[in-house]
Design a protein around this ligand. Structure first.
Ligand SMILES: Nc1nc2c(ncn2[C@@H]2O[C@H](COP(=O)(O)OP(=O)(O)OP(=O)(O)O)[C@@H](O)[C@H]2O)c(=O)[nH]1
Ligand SMILES: [Mg+2]
Length: 451
């Protein structure tokens, strides 16, 4: 564990916006001294009790009234002495209280520093620290539930089980090597069984990465097509309200429009774009350029045409231009009929919908989920992130190699031990049992101030 900085840090724990209540958090060895200097009740503060009083500046002028709470080390979030001042959520008052705490010797906390201290004091492991940021940033309930599972230690406990299995084998080999007369020889079969168990579990965890990424980062969907086919109508139908202007005038949508919503708990950013055609109008042309940019950025492109008219040459030209994106092809306005003969080459690939009657919209959602590889309804408790994925892959590679060549190592158990130790190093990295300042810097700097 790294040596902790001994200083006391302060920051707003709530957003700096006008609100009912705002919390200023102070953590470190002088937290109580600084906190009570800014409060009317100065002495005999019992931990975990809320005191109502005046919040004061250093000269004793009243800044606000509010609550003071004291959490005595190590029974606090950071594991240090922590004082929370609950103020009214007035931005200037919160700023003033922080400034006063700094004048009294505290330092403005770096992003994520409270959580980092909690980690360094062993209150949480690194997976749980990451889960806090994930929970705060979750865009859907499904995403927040997934983050909470990590915070509760559901991934950590699985990693710890793997780590312990490897430690056990490592220990047995070490004992055999050190005390060959006293200790029974460990069978290769036993090592093999453990390696297989660990590898299977690692494989299972690796499979959760893609879903976890989609859950935390969301999916970008762009709707494209020629003017008047009903792109904005589809956009509105999917997001659930009349967000975009719809009209029978071609070229209604000029600039792109973005809106966030969710499909089956996965956050989605939906983008409506200007209808693509050979436009004369300067502004429309700019909109069409933007539409092309949005197509490139999108994870999935939804190409819309008017099914009652069939696929026109203009449609086919646009379709040709987006074919690299493997678009979902949507035939809209089926309430007006389907011009089957003009669609025949593509018929089986088309999702037919009517934004007017809402027919077919569920099929479109299914197709989106299918394209993302999410249709199998596997709902795991835990999802790994990129950092976990990298570490698990390294561990997997070492163990797989060992597993396949185990027979060659029959008389070189120390090599088996070294490999297992190295693989375990990567599992310990996930938990943060082994870490570098670089890794911590990367994780915690992505937090916001005060967390
Ligand atoms: N009958 C019928 N009309 C529809 C349907 N969807 C859209 N429309 C009509 O088609 C016209 C064009 O709809 P928009 O959603 O504005 O089309 P757009 O593709 O966004 O058009 P631009 O923004 O000009 O590119 C409007 O008059 C809509 O009411 C549908 O499913 N059935
Ligand atoms: Mg439109």
């Amino acid at each position: 564990m790294l040596p902790l900085k001994e200083d006391t840090i302060v920051a707003n724990a709530t957003a700096l916006v006008p609100s009912g209540v705002a919390i200023v958090r102070i953590s470190g060895k002088d937290a109580l001294k600084i906190g009570t200097s800014l409060f009317s009740k100065k002495a005999n503060i019992t931990p975990r009790k809320a005191y109502f009083g005046k919040v004061l500046d250093r000269q004793g002028n009243v800044l606000d009234e509010g609550l003071l709470l004291y959490f005595k080390a190590p029974h606090s979030f950071t594991g240090e002495d922590v004082v929370e001042l609950h103020l009214h959520g007035s931005v200037p008052v919160v700023k003033k209280v922080i400034e006063e705490a700094i004048n009294l010797g505290a330092r403005l906390a770096e992003p994520g520093e409270f959580t980092k201290r909690a980690f360094l004091h062993g209150k949480i492991d690194l997976v749980q620290a990451e889960a806090i940021a994930q929970l705060i940033e979750a865009k859907t309930e499904k995403a927040s539930r997934a983050a909470l599972n990590l915070l509760e230690g559901k991934l950590s406990s699985q990693i710890k089980q793997l780590r312990d299995k490897l430690i056990e084998v490592e220990g047995l080999i070490e004992a055999e090597l050190n005390f060959p007369e006293d200790v029974e020889e460990i069978e290769l079969q036993q090592i093999q069984t453990t390696l297989k168990e660990v590898l299977d579990k690692i494989e299972e965890l690796l499979k959760t990465y893609k879903r976890g990424k989609l859950l935390s980062e969301g999916i970008k969907l762009a709707i494209v097509g020629r003017p008047n086919v009903g792109k904005s109508s589809l956009f509105n139908a999917l997001v659930g309200y009349e967000r975009a202007i719809v009209s029978d005038i071609k070229g209604t949508t000029r600039d792109f429009i973005e809106e966030e919503f969710s499909i089956r708990g996965y956050p989605v950013k939906l983008i409506d774009t200007a209808g693509i055609r050979e436009a004369e109008d300067k502004i429309e042309k700019l909109g069409i350029e933007k539409a092309k940019e949005k197509i490139n950025e999108a994870d999935i492109v939804i190409f819309v045409f008017d099914a009652s008219e069939g696929l026109t040459d203009e449609d086919l030209k646009i379709l040709e231009n987006v074919k690299d994106k493997n678009p979902i092809i949507v035939g809209n306005k089926i309430d007006l009929g389907i011009a089957e003969s003009k669609i025949k080459d593509y018929y089986n690939d088309v999702i037919f919908v009517s934004t007017k009657t809402k027919e077919g919209l569920k099929n479109l959602e299914d197709e989106i989920i299918n394209r993302l590889g999410l249709l199998d309804n596997i709902d795991t408790d835990v999802y790994i992130n990129l950092r976990h994925q990298e570490a698990l892959q390294k561990a997997k590679q070492i163990l797989e190699n060992l597993y396949q060549n185990l027979d060659y190592y029959e008389n070189q158990k120390e090599l088996i031990m070294l490999d297992i130790r190295e693989a375990n190093y990567h599992l310990k990295e996930i938990l943060g049992e082994i870490h570098t300042e670089d890794v911590l810097g990367k994780i915690f700097s992505s937090f916001c101030i005060g967390k």
